[in-house]
Design a protein around this ligand. Structure first.
Ligand code: ADP
Ligand code: ADP
Ligand code: ZN
Length: 214
């Protein structure tokens, strides 16, 4: 089961991808988490990516495509995987298609979690992230058991630098301009499924499972 999660920043891709990964026992591959990990480790990739991320811009395609293609060649990916935050541009999608073709496989579904911009701005101000394990919370809709502490690994939760309102506005602009065209791209391939992401997160998940099958 090879799945792509589409949707604006804050639509709930990461939240749903984590639940899908657990239910179907496939790896959750989040390019945002990979970048944040590299930034906190101070790697060469992290140093190159940081400036773009802080400004709410996309990291250049060439810094992300090979990283993802290498990852999906790992042995844990043979059964399937869920890509969260990739592809984000048409050239990234074309590169992925080419790599998958060479591997003799293809993407099964692209799931678009649809949430209007106004709701995104509200959601992002309450998002809290664990930079250690990638878990995501919301101060009202998905609060951790203990305030400010990750349920999964016990690390401190933070508000991401790029989740401040001005940067969120910029990221939404970038989304509409560069990422939204992917919806038509996957619709044309006949593998797009649009899900209403404004529902409660458990209901969004139920819709996804109803679609993917038990
Ligand atoms: P969100 O959870 O808001 O959708 P992510 O955690 O997926 O955000 O990504 C955070 C940032 O990392 C993005 O704003 C972008 O700068 C960078 N990024 C992540 N994935 C990609 C990608 N596929 N192409 C370019 N930039 C990316
Ligand atoms: P993305 O990966 O698309 O950027 P996240 O999964 O990180 O989005 O979700 C963004 C924020 O909204 C997080 O704080 C998350 O806990 C919260 N959230 C996710 N899904 C829902 C939902 N259906 N209703 C309300 N809040 C949600
Ligand atoms: Zn954690």
């Amino acid at each position: 089961m090879k799945i792509i999660m589409l949707g604006a920043p804050g639509a709930g891709k990461g939240t749903q991808a984590e639940k899908i990964a657990e239910k179907y026992q496939i790896p959750h591959i989040s390019t945002g988490d990979i970048f944040r990990h590299n930034i906190s480790e101070g790697t060469a990739l992290g140093k190159k990516a940081e400036g773009y991320i802080d400004q709410g811009l996309l990291v250049p395609d060439e810094l992300v495509v090979d990283l993802v293609v290498d990852r999906i060649h790992q042995p844990d990916c043979t059964k399937g995987y869920i890509l969260d935050g990739f592809p984000r541009t048409i050239p990234q999608a074309q590169y992925l298609d080419k790599a998958l073709k060479e591997m003799g496989t293809n993407v099964k579904w692209a799931i678009d979690v649809h949430v209007p911009d106004e709701e995104i701005i509200r959601r992002m101000s309450g998002r809290r992230a664990c930079l250690n394990c990638g878990a995501t919370y919301h101060i009202e809709h998905a609060a951790p058991e203990k305030e400010g502490v990750c349920d999964k690994c016990g690390e401190e939760l933070v508000q991401r630098e790029d989740d401040h309102p001005e940067t969120v506005k910029k990221r939404l602009e970038v989304y509409h301009e560069q990422t939204q065209p992917l919806i038509a791209y996957y619709r044309d391939k006949g593998i797009l499924k649009v899900i209403d992401g404004t529902m409660d997160l458990e209901d969004v998940f139920k819709c996804i499972v109803a679609f993917l099958g038990e």
